[in-house]
Design a protein around this ligand. Sequence first.
Ligand code: GLN
Length: 190
Amino acid sequence: MKVIGILALQGAFAEHRKLLEQMDVQTCEIRQKSDLLRQSLDGLILPGGESTVIGKLLRELDMLELLQRRIKEGLPVLGTCAGLILLAKHIVNDSNSYLRTMDIGVMRNAYGRQLGSFRTIEEFLGVGSVPMTFIRAPYIVEAGDKVQVLAQVDEKIVAARENNMLVTAFHPELTGDPRIHQYFLTMIEE
Ligand code: GLN
């Protein structure tokens, strides 16, 4: 039986857990370094929230480097919204960067104030039409050669994959549609 770790320092971690449990997937909350050393972890979710807060806590709890290493070693990871920002190599409108494992450049709070939060339905490659909830979301402005674009909204990249890393600028845990999580579980099987 698979165990998916969910980084539970700040943000929308409980919603991922709820959805995965509805899908009969076992989860565990990752709150400290020792939780990351569990060999039984089959995948990891970096949830939405505030990337600056989550990033600061990862540093304070001395989890950043270990997390980076586990991802580089191949641990499958799903980063949503702030989680996408944490994985990005480069944040174009912020001098901070965190895990830097994924070859993407992102813009934080990219939709500005007026369009802070919105919902839409768009195509997700290999999945079909998917409802997408954006909350003060980033989008991807630069993607390396190895990055596969999975979804775009108004020509902006909002979902992508590079090897063991899957990212969405939207919150797939908030719509009740399990297909993005299912996609991630399929990715783990590969
Ligand atoms: N605006 C947040 C950030 O920059 C991300 C928002 C979210 O995760 N819903 O980190």
